[in-house]
Design a protein around this ligand. Structure first.
Ligand code: NAD
Length: 302
């Protein structure tokens, strides 16, 4: 089935967000002489992490940011990583600090994250930002990039007023599920969080106007789990075997059976090309927002 008119094009919307970020960055430079600075710390040589970090650096440059990368060897001590974070906390040229996860096992990830200054925590994982999102203080919080990007996708198709819509978020992780639920709640949706112990998940999702799948199980959400006219946001990124593409080949797929979902949904995000590109765009947006807040300048309209 063609996805014409139903596909939420995350790639296109992410490009639009990045263009808005770049334009606002120019204004901030012209009016306040401030350039947003993003620092990424990566420890060790995990190839996937290196790819992510390189693409974050490229995107930051595209936005006109000052972008720095600290690549530390895998055997760097926890104290050394913390010292790097503290130095960036004190560096006035840096507005966003991101520590690429996972960290090597001898380093306490949570300790590192909680050492990042909350007002430079562009991943939104510091307890201060988690608390602000939980209490609805969005004007000073930094919101995790994937749910923040998912929210923009939802608003682009459903508009700004989501009041009274019912939303089911599948997954309760601190990185995606819980902050997503808080954002939808903040937007006056009636929110249910489903997880691995939820009974009769298909019956639950069939009640929802908005379904967000953040599970990590390939194509778990089927077409008949979706109410006619509903919106599906698929956060999952799963690599599966693709023998049809040749021996040993793989492909990426989401947590939903996209083709099946299109039978009922009014709007759905594909994988790849849905939520994925939004995550990195929102990292740029959060970094610019931080620079604006530090400079006392208007925040970008995304
Ligand atoms: P996670 O493993 O931390 O959480 C998964 C959640 O799914 C858990 O809360 C669990 O209760 C729930 N779950 C597991 N099995 C279930 C089942 N059978 N029924 C209902 N719920 C079930 O994962 P995460 O970090 O939240 O990531 C979820 C997915 O999103 C993964 O595929 C991940 O790769 C992807 N992801 C994508 C992006 C992006 O940029 N697009 C960012 C982060 C994560």
């Amino acid at each position: 089935m063609s996805d014409e008119g139903k596909r939420i094009d995350g790639k296109l919307i992410a490009e639009d967000v990045v263009a808005r970020v770049a334009a606002h960055t120019q204004k901030l430079g012209a009016e306040k002489n401030v350039t947003p600075g993003l620092a990424v710390i990566i420890v060790g040589e995990d190839p996937a992490s290196q790819v992510y970090v390189a693409s974050k650096g490229r995107k930051a440059k595209e936005c006109g940011f000052h972008s720095v990368q600290h690549t530390l060897p895998a055997d760097t001590s926890e104290e050394d990583v913390l010292a790097h974070v503290r130095a960036l906390n004190d560096d006035p040229a840096i507005h966003g600090i991101l520590v690429q996860l996972p960290l090597p096992k001898h380093i306490d990830e949570n300790k590192v994250i909680q050492t990042i200054a909350p007002n430079k925590d562009v991943d939104g994982f510091h307890y201060m930002n988690v608390g602000k999102l939980g209490t609805g203080d969005l004007s000073t919080a930094y919101v995790p990039c994937t749910p923040a990007g998912s929210m923009i996708l939802i608003r682009r198709v459903l508009g700004d007023d989501l009041s009274g819509l019912s939303a089911v978020v599948i997954g309760r992780s601190n990185i995606v599920g819980k902050p997503m639920a808080n954002l939808l709640l903040g937007a006056n949706c009636t929110v249910t969080i489903a997880h691995s112990r939820t009974k009769d998940l298909p019956a639950l999702t069939r009640t929802a106007d908005i379904v967000v799948a953040a599970v990590g199980r390939p194509e778990m959400v089927k077409g008949d789990w979706i109410k006619p006219g509903a919106t599906l946001v698929d956060v999952g990124i799963n690599r599966v075997d693709a023998p049809e593409r040749g021996e040993g080949k793989t492909r990426l797929t989401g947590d939903a059976d996209y083709e099946g979902v299109l039978e009922n949904a009014a709007h759905a995000t594909p994988v790849p090309g849905g939520v994925g590109p939004m995550t990195i765009a929102m990292l740029m947006a959060n970094t610019l927002t931080s620079a604006c807040r530090h400079a006392g300048f208007d925040e970008p309209d995304l």
